[in-house]
Design a protein around this ligand. Structure first.
Ligand code: ADE
Length: 286
């Protein structure tokens, strides 16, 4: 039975006084969170996940990435992975027997706390809360589809959860898998240098993140809001919260409603919020 291929990410080369063996096998942390991906395009991985924070963490062994080539589980001279849809119609459907063999191989060495996910526009919407739950697992197996989908019988028989990354149709599950892995891996302890940054960012608080600014303090005649240069932490925190609330109310009424509901009585929440934010009043001065 074919076994998974492991990616190590890329080690970036930086100036250093102590020589480093760049060819050495990267450290593998015992029990590191693992993404095991079943795909017809294993060469698409790690892709963007091999760069920046996720790439560094991958190279350091803080998480692990394995791919399985779906075609390796096909039989016959042509190694067909798909066939025409029963009942007719356009496109091709991934075969239950081929996908089942791949899923069974991917189950090797997994635990009870290891969901199997099929990326599909029909699935449960992926969000920050799901990323947080996935970051608490031992790993995840991700099945990337192509064509018209996967034979339903194998999804039912192997307890596969369907997950969507948004209301649009991608050509396949690989980009969706990478989005899901990225959002999850950055929540694993030690992957982000500054742990606080995940606490304050969009969605963690139920609100969109406030606007950010940096030097120069004046650019093309536009200045940074004065309060941010005041050094007054209390005022800065209050300004940021009010801007987060305004943005969320304007752009994401769904999140805003949920925020008001979890933040106490919606009516009281609305009043309280309107009293100290500019949302809906259009009189905010930066
Ligand atoms: N595969 C194709 N489209 C997708 C989507 N929107 N989400 C997850 N997987 C997909």
């Amino acid at each position: 039975m074919p076994s998974p291929t492991r990616s190590h990410g890329r080690l970036s080369i930086r100036e250093s006084h102590t020589p480093r063996d760049l060819m050495a096998e990267p450290p593998r942390q015992k029990d590191a969170w693992t993404a095991r991906v079943i795909t017809l395009f294993p060469e698409a991985f790690p892709g963007v996940l091999g760069h920046s924070l996720t790439g560094k963490a991958l190279a350091e062994g803080l998480w692990s990435l394995e791919t399985l080539q779906l075609r390796d589980f096909a039989t016959g001279k042509h190694r067909n992975v798909d066939d025409t849809p029963a009942g007719g119609g356009a496109g091709m459907v991934l075969r239950a027997d081929v996908v089942a063999r791949a899923l069974d191989a991917a189950r090797r060495g997994t635990t009870q706390n290891w969901p199997v996910i099929y990326l599909s526009p029909r699935g449960t919407p992926f969000d920050q809360a799901m990323a947080q739950r996935l970051a608490q697992t031992d790993g995840v197996t991700l099945l990337c589809g192509r064509f018209e989908g996967v034979d339903q019988r194998v999804l039912d028989a192997r307890d596969v959860i369907e997950v969507s990354i948004g209301d649009y149709v991608l050509s396949g599950g690989e980009i969706a898998a990478q989005a899901l892995i990225d959002a999850t891996v950055r929540l694993i302890p030690r992957v982000l240098g500054n742990a606080e940054s995940t606490v304050e960012e969009s969605f963690s608080t139920g609100l969109l993140e406030h606007p950010q600014y940096t030097r120069p303090t004046e650019w093309e005649g536009h200045v940074i809001p004065e309060v941010l240069l005041s050094g007054h932490h209390g005022k800065i925190a209050a300004w940021r919260k009010s801007r987060s609330e305004k943005l969320t109310q304007e752009r994401r009424p769904d999140l805003w409603r949920a925020y008001l509901e979890t933040d106490g009585d919606p009516v009281e929440g609305q009043e309280r919020s309107d009293a100290h934010t500019i949302a809906g009043k259009g009189e905010q001065k930066d």
